[in-house]
Design a protein around this ligand. Structure first.
Ligand SMILES: [Cu+2]
Length: 147
């Protein structure tokens, strides 16, 4: 019985997590991913990064249209939801700085100038107000090595 109760509690926790995200719903199965890079790749700068999106469409920032969003790339920072503000960062608009780049024009790729060394990258889809969807549509975090 105790084990079952523990499982139920764990499930309630995992179900409550997405409710913390922004208000804009993401369709089930929506997915953002790196088209041309994989975890552990070694590349030269500038690094071309192509963004893939399944189950949703790309729309410029400020566009109110169901099941759309625009791309963001997170560079050299913890996975979304694990930064200094924890899960709270799923509720507000992504910052715009060296670690958070917005593609509010609806762009689907970028050429990044990165210094030699290891860098982490993560793609995050944002709604018209740059807030992650509910549930958040994020890629895996990959680490690439720039020669
Ligand atoms: Cu944005």
């Amino acid at each position: 019985m105790i084990r079952i109760a523990t499982l139920i509690t764990a499930c309630l926790l995992c179900w409550s997590a997405p409710a913390l995200a922004g208000d804009t719903p993401a369709p089930e199965g929506a997915e953002v991913y790196f088209v041309n890079l994989s975890d552990g790749d070694t590349v030269n700068s500038p690094v071309t990064v192509v963004f893939g999106l399944k189950g949703m469409g790309v729309a410029p920032a400020g566009t109110e249209k169901e099941a759309t969003g625009h791309h963001h790339i997170l560079i050299d920072r913890p996975p979304l939801g694990e930064g200094p503000d924890g899960a709270d960062e799923l509720n507000y608009g992504l910052p715009a700085d060296d670690h958070h780049v917005h593609f509010g024009g609806g762009q689907t790729q970028v050429s990044l100038d990165l210094e030699a060394g290891d860098h982490t990258l993560q793609l995050v889809l944002g709604d018209m107000n740059h807030v992650p969807h509910d549930p958040p549509v994020t890629s895996e975090v990959i680490t690439i090595t720039v020669e």
